[in-house]
Ligand binder design. Structure first.
Ligand SMILES: [Zn+2]
Length: 483
C-alpha cells in the first residue's frame, strides 16, 4: 500500500445491554431460548400495547455516558425510526435521534507509536434491537425463512465516534478499550461471538495535509474485531485503487464478504429522511433527576485502569500480572473474591496460582472463568494450605488439576491426599526403603553420578504419594547418600 493518503475512520458500536428485562416490556432479556418464547404484545408491537421504559436500561446508559465523559441531557426523549422489515413487527424502531442521552464525550486510545490520544464520541443513545431471521438453518425448509422475535425489544446502546481514527491499529485499540469499558461497567456481557457487540465503520481517504474529508463509505454489519480490521483493510485498499485511477469515489454503503475478503455495495440505502423520524408518542420524555445521576455516579463500578492500579499498588502485583488478571471483569472479580477470602497476604501467591494453573486450564479447555469448577474461596484455601506448608505445591497442583477437570470438589480431593509429611522419622523410613531397593544407583551416586539425586527424590515422592516435602527429602537423601 502506498502512503500518500491519510486514513480517516469513525466507528458506531451497538451493544446489547445485559439488563434483566427488555427495554420497554417485562419480558426476560434473554433471546437464547426456543424461538418466539420470550415475547409479549408490547415487544411484538400488537395494537394497543404500550411501552414502558425499563429504569435499568436508563441506569446502564448513564454509566456508559459518565465513563465516556459525555455531557448528559437530563431531559431527552425517544424517537421512532420507520422502516419495514420482517424482523421488525412494529415497522419502526424506538431510538433516539433528536436529543440523545449523552453527547460529546471521549475515550482514550493508544496510537501506533504507543502514545495516547482521545477519540471524541459524538453521541450515546438508547434504542431497541430487532428480531432475527433464519434462512439456512437445518429446521428451515428450503426456499423459506423463519422469524424469531425473542430479540425484539432487547435494549441496545449505540455509541457513535467522530471520524478521529487514523489507522487500523487505532481502530483496534478503540474497540478493545470500548469493550473493556462496557465489560467493567457491567452493562454488557460483551459476547462478541453471540453478537452482543456489533460495528459499523465509516472510512475515507484524503491526501496528507488536506483538512477536508474525502468521500465516505460506510461498512455495515461487522460482528468482531477481526471482521472490522479485515473489512477496513479491504475497503482502504479499494479506495486507494480507485483514487489512483483518477475516478471519483461514490458515497455508498457496503457489506463485507468475509470469505472473499472484499467489500460490496448494498443494493439499496435509505437516507435519514426515508426513516421519517419523529418523537415517540407512546413514551413520555425522559427526565433524569440530579438524585438519580448522583446515585449512578456513586455506584459506578471501577474501570479496568483503576482495578489494575489497585492490583499493582495494594497487592504488589507486577504490571504484567495486573494486565493478565484484568483481561475481563469476571476474572478480576474472581481474583478480588479470592483475596477477600484468603486475606491480603495471599495476594501474590493467589495471583501466581491463578495465572499458572487456573488460567492455563481454562485456556486449554475453553471454559470461562464464570464456569470455573474451582471457586475463588477454594483457590484461596488451597493457596493458604500451600503457604502454611500443610500440603506440598506438587500435591496441591495435582488436586487442582483434578478438580478443574471435574474429578470432584477440591476440598475432598485435598482431604484424600492427606497432609504434607515433614516428620523426619517417616521421611527417613522412605529414604531408607528407596536406597535399599536401588543398591546399584546408590553405588553410582557415591561414585560421582550426583545427578541421580533427582531419581531418588522422585522415588521418595512416589512412595509418599506426593505428600513428602521435596526440599526436605533432598536434604535427607544428600546426607544419607553422601555417607
Ligand atoms: Zn415483551
Amino acid at each position: 500500500m502506498n502512503s500518500e493518503y491519510e486514513v480517516v475512520v469513525g466507528l458506531e458500536i451497538h451493544t446489547e445491554l445485559c439488563t434483566r428485562r427488555k427495554a420497554f416490556c417485562g419480558c426476560p432479556n434473554n433471546f437464547r431460548v426456543p424461538p418466539n418464547t420470550n415475547i409479549c404484545p408490547t415487544c411484538l408491537g400488537l395494537p394497543g400495547a404500550l411501552p414502558v421504559l425499563n429504569p435499568e436500561m436508563l441506569e446502564f446508559a448513564l454509566r456508559a455516558c459518565l465513563a465516556l465523559h459525555t455531557r448528559i441531557n437530563q431531559r431527552c426523549h425517544f424517537d421512532r425510526k420507520h422502516y419495514f422489515y420482517p424482523d421488525l413487527p412494529k415497522a419502526y424502531q424506538i431510538s433516539q435521534k433528536y436529543r440523545q442521552i449523552g453527547v460529546e464525550g471521549f475515550i482514550t486510545i493508544e496510537t501506533d507509536d504507543g502514545s495516547e490520544k482521545q477519540v471524541r464520541i459524538s453521541d450515546v443513545h438508547m434504542e431497541e434491537d430487532t428480531g432475527t431471521l433464519a434462512h439456512a438453518e437445518a429446521y428451515v425448509r428450503k426456499g423459506t425463512s423463519t422469524v424469531n422475535y425473542n430479540r425484539c425489544g432487547v435494549p441496545l446502546l449505540e455509541i457513535v465516534s467522530h471520524p478521529d481514527m487514523r489507522s487500523i491499529a487505532e481502530v483496534s485499540s478503540y474497540m478493545h478499550r470500548m469493550r473493556d469499558l462496557l465489560d467493567f461497567l457491567a452493562v454488557s456481557d460483551c459476547r462478541m461471538e453471540e453478537g452482543s457487540i456489533r460495528y459499523e465503520a465509516s472510512v475515507s481517504l484524503r491526501p496528507f495535509g488536506q483538512e477536508e474529508y474525502g468521500t465516505r463509505v460506510e461498512i455495515k454489519n461487522l460482528g468482531s474485531f477481526r471482521s472490522v480490521e479485515q473489512a477496513l483493510e479491504a475497503e482502504i485498499h479499494r479506495q486507494k485503487r480507485i483514487l489512483a485511477s483518477g475516478t471519483p469515489l461514490r458515497q455508498e454503503t457496503v457489506l463485507f464478504d468475509e470469505n472473499l475478503k472484499e467489500t460490496r455495495p448494498m443494493r439499496s440505502k435509505e437516507s435519514s429522511s426515508d426513516y421519517r423520524y419523529f418523537p415517540e408518542p407512546d413514551l413520555p420524555p425522559i427526565v433524569i433527576s440530579d438524585e438519580l445521576l448522583n446515585e449512578v455516579k456513586r455506584t459506578m463500578p471501577p474501570l479496568r485502569d483503576t482495578v489494575m492500579k489497585t492490583m499493582i499498588e495494594d497487592h504488589s502485583l507486577t504490571p504484567y500480572a495486573a494486565e493478565v488478571l484484568t483481561a475481563s471483569r469476571a476474572l478480576a472479580d474472581y481474583y478480588r473474591d479470592a483475596i477477600r477470602a484468603g486475606g491480603k497476604e495471599m495476594a501474590v501467591p493467589v495471583a501466581n496460582w491463578l495465572q499458572n494453573t487456573v488460567l492455563g486450564f481454562l485456556n486449554e479447555t475453553g471454559v470461562e472463568i464464570a464456569a470455573c469448577p474451582v471457586s475463588a474461596q477454594e483457590l484461596a484455601d488451597l493457596v493458604r494450605k500451600v503457604e502454611e506448608k500443610k500440603i506440598t505445591a506438587n500435591a496441591a497442583k495435582t488436586c487442582m488439576r483434578e478438580s478443574l477437570s471435574g474429578k470432584g470438589p477440591l476440598k475432598d480431593l485435598l482431604e484424600s491426599q492427606g497432609e504434607a509429611v515433614s516428620d523426619d522419622t517417616q521421611l527417613m523410613q522412605w529414604v531408607g526403603d528407596v536406597m535399599a531397593e536401588n543398591p546399584d544407583k546408590v553405588e553410582a551416586y557415591r561414585g560421582g553420578r550426583t545427578n541421580l539425586i533427582q531419581f531418588f527424590v522422585g522415588q521418595v515422592m512416589r512412595l509418599s504419594k506426593g505428600r513428602a516435602q521435596a526440599q526436605k527429602v533432598k536434604e535427607l537423601l544428600e546426607r544419607e547418600l553422601g555417607g
